[in-house]
Design a binder for this molecule. Structure first.
Ligand SMILES: Nc1nc2c(c(=O)[nH]1)N(C=O)[C@@H](CNc1ccc(C(=O)N[C@@H](CCC(=O)O)C(=O)O)cc1)CN2
Ligand SMILES: Nc1ncnc2c1ncn2[C@@H]1O[C@H](COP(=O)(O)OP(=O)(O)OP(=O)(O)O)[C@@H](O)[C@H]1O
Length: 200
């Protein structure tokens, strides 16, 4: 993967190490705590179709939130690497018994036919994985530009933003200032084990 900006690569390496160093016990505790905070927030209560992800590389785990969402009759979706469409994501329904298969990054994804993929515009809320974030809602991901490309249409929307992208991370992944890139897709907010912060 080519990296145009060494600074971003340095931050990525450093923060990935930091989140991988979190113990499994603390990771589980923070993931549960974050789930409880998100579940009590309007942004979750008002959402019916919610995209999550399967935790990888030391990420905070959306599984406890998924369990709550199922009890609340929400519909859950997972990202699937789109075939033939460079570094874009499709979203597929995610049920407890969904058939999953590892993608080229080793992350499991639902095995579904094209017709079962949903339109990205159906989603109300997208729990967005990230490596690092800053006070202004800038996001640094794994470097593939998957979320930036897939949700680029949000740049042209001012009001009635759907879906809302909620960055999901451990509080220790925050840094003061991330270099803003013009293609960075705007986050509605950030959720960590310390709470939910929405940007305006
Ligand atoms: N849990 C999760 N799922 C996700 C993402 C994510 O960040 N987290 N993605 C968010 O976009 C997409 C996948 N993007 C990814 C991009 C790079 C790597 C990764 O591990 N890269 C390796 C190099 C691997 C290789 O080249 O084969 C690395 O950087 O070490 C993983 C996921 C879709 N699904
Ligand atoms: N909307 C877009 N159209 C075309 N190229 C894009 C777009 N968004 C991002 N890119 C390209 O994707 C590459 C990776 O972007 P970036 O480093 O910001 O990814 P990321 O946000 O860290 O990754 P991800 O979203 O997969 O977690 C960059 O080289 C960038 O030029």
């Amino acid at each position: 993967m080519t990296e145009p900006n060494a600074t971003r690569a340095d931050i990525r390496r450093e923060i990935r190490k930091r989140r991988l160093a979190i113990t499994p016990e603390l990771r589980a505790q923070h993931s549960r705590q974050a789930a409880a905070t998100i579940a009590s927030h309007q942004i979750f209560k008002r959402s019916r179709n919610i995209a999550i992800y399967l935790a990888n590389d030391g990420e905070i785990d959306p599984a406890p939130l998924a369990a709550i969402a199922r009890r609340c009759d929400k519909n859950l979706f997972l990202p699937v690497l789109a075939p033939n469409r460079a570094n874009r994501l499709d979203f597929a329904p995610y049920h407890p018994h969904s058939l999953l298969r590892a993608n080229r990054f080793g992350i499991a994804e639902p095995v579904v036919s094209r017709s079962q993929m949903i339109s990205i515009h159906t989603l109300d809320l997208v729990l967005t994985p990230l490596v690092s974030f800053d006070n202004n809602g800038n996001r640094l991901g794994m470097g593939g530009g998957f979320y930036d490309r897939s949700f680029a249409f949000l740049h042209h929307r001012r009001h009635w933003q759907k879906p809302r992208l909620l960055g999901f991370a451990f509080a220790c992944q925050q840094i003061n200032t991330l270099p803003h890139q013009e293609w960075d897709v705007p986050l509605a907010g950030i959720a960590t084990e310390q709470g939910v912060a929405l940007f305006d």
